[in-house]
Design a protein around this ligand. Structure first.
Ligand SMILES: [Mg+2]
Length: 218
């Protein structure tokens, strides 16, 4: 892929449990891949399979005829407060936001359709529902992850990368970011690694922090 222009700042934002107020991807897998969920989780905890393999195994155990319900799952799940305001704030400052998700593109793009014109790009795993069971595909697969978020970040050049996230799939991209907003379990992982971060609860916290920081930089 062609590297894009150099930006002053870019925000890379997770979807599940970050933009959505609850962990919708795991919730969806628990509902639609219920029979294989526990066994797969055990293999993952025992270190016998990677996170990427676990996600693939679970998604690909879902019959294609249930795909419309899979996409519906996220529809009524709430979006965390202040997301729309953060998009307006970033637009005003000319800072692009990318959504980088380890979940499924169909769910992410459907949920974020109302905000599409203020999001520069969305990255997630693609689903093929042509066969009996779903097949998952990602342009950003790594040895351990289905969507290696650092590979998405590598497509862009910027002076300052800003990451907003909440979970384990955000750890690697957060470690390489210049500024990190972390909530929930990501705070613990980053503390363990000694990586500084700003704790946030909703997107108003992110707006407030960035607005103070950017005002001070002027
Ligand atoms: Mg998440």
């Amino acid at each position: 892929m062609t590297p894009l222009k150099t930006y002053k700042r870019i925000v890379f934002c997770d979807f599940d449990g970050t933009i959505t107020a609850e962990e919708t991807f795991v919730g969806m897998l628990k509902r639609f891949a219920a029979e294989s969920y526990d066994a797969t989780e055990d293999l993952l905890i025992e270190g016998k399979i990677t996170l990427g393999e676990a996600v693939r195994r679970l998604v690909e155990s879902i019959p294609s005829k249930r795909y419309p319900q899979v996409l519906d799952y996220v529809k009524d799940k709430p979006i965390r407060q202040g997301f729309s305001e953060l998009l307006d704030f970033l637009y005003f400052h000319g800072v692009p936001l990318m959504v980088v998700s380890g979940g499924l593109m169909g769910s992410v793009s459907a949920k974020l359709a109302p905000f599409q014109n203020r999001i520069l790009a969305m990255y997630a795993a693609e689903v093929d529902a042509e066969g009996d069971f779903l097949r998952v595909h990602s342009d950003f697969e790594s040895a351990t992850e289905l969507v290696a978020k650092t590979r998405v970040m590598g497509l862009y050049r910027c002076e300052q990368s800003i990451v907003i996230g909440d979970g384990i799939t955000d750890l690697n991209i957060a470690m390489t970011a210049d500024l990190v907003f972390a909530r929930d379990r990501l705070c613990g992982y980053l503390t363990e690694k000694g990586k500084p971060f700003i704790r946030w609860e909703d997107f108003f916290d992110v707006c407030n922090h960035l607005s103070k920081r950017w005002l001070a930089a002027k």
